[in-house]
Design a protein around this ligand. Structure first.
Ligand code: 9D3
Length: 235
């Protein structure tokens, strides 16, 4: 799969993809990540990418022309397996379900918003969708784009150890939208805090039941919204 990132800060992406799973997937040629400097598609002396909002208001907006020309150059034909996503605070929430959909694509082009925002014609007539990575205010779309490349990239066949691409699905099926259970490694006692006895014994049926109960308890405590959502969905 090919990822394209359009940004006014291309240097921002020098490090985030040099570690772990994404770096290995890149080295193995399973994913390509190309970072494009938006200023490539400016023609004035100052390489201007922004302008003031019509109707007044604070701050500047990314102007449409460089973004349209960037996208039209990077993805000149736009098949159904090539998508353009605008990262913005106003977007639909990026979730694991969205990540699974994006992982079906050949090319994903991510436009990083900046300043006070982006001319609305980019969302309306250039991007296929507008995504936010959470309900908090960032300074731009770059961190969100890095999150999406990571979350989508690790779902691609062969990127994780599990060469079987259905592995992910059956795993999340068993967890049924719950948080992971608490996990422990050695030592069995650390600063007087003991690992639950059941995990030290070899009774795998008992361990399975304990993990399921511990998952539910932790989910209710930390993410009650997930537990409520399960009940509603079952009715
Ligand atoms: C504080 C400014 N806001 C009200 C005038 C609007 C605003 C403009 C631009 C808020 C954030 C941004 C920059 N953020 C993004 O481009 C962004 C983002 C985010 O802020 N939160 C979550 N996901 C994303 S993805 C891109």
């Amino acid at each position: 799969m090919n990822f394209h990132i359009v940004t006014i800060f291309p240097e921002f992406f020098e490090s985030p993809f040099r570690y772990g799973v994404v770096a290995r997937a890149r080295d193995e040629g399973r994913i390509n990540i190309t970072v494009h400097d938006l200023r490539t598609w400016t023609s004035d002396r100052h390489r201007t990418v922004d302008d003031r909002p019509f109707g007044g208001g604070e701050g500047m907006l990314l102007k449409p022309q460089p973004l349209f020309e960037a996208v039209e150059t990077i993805l000149p034909e736009r098949t159904v397996r090539q998508r353009v996503v605008l990262l913005s605070a106003q977007g639909k929430r990026f979730t694991q379900a969205v990540a699974r959909e994006l992982a079906q694509l050949d090319d994903l082009l991510l436009i990083c918003g900046r300043y006070e925002g982006v001319d609305e014609r980019v969302a309306q007539h250039l991007a296929d969708s507008e995504l936010s990575v959470g309900d908090f205010v960032l300074s731009g779309g770059e961190l969100g784009a890095a999150m999406i490349v990571d979350a989508v990239g690790r779902l691609l066949p062969g990127v994780l150890g599990n060469s079987d691409s259905s592995w992910n699905e059956s795993f999340s099926q068993e967890l049924e939208g719950l948080l992971d259970c608490p996990q422990y490694t050695r030592p069995a006692e650390f600063r007087s805090w003991k690992v639950p006895d059941v995990l030290l014994g070899g009774n795998h049926e008992e361990i399975r039941r304990w993990r399921r109960a511990a998952s539910l308890e932790k989910t209710e405590r930390l993410r009650p919204d997930l537990v409520v959502g399960r009940t509603i969905r079952q009715n």
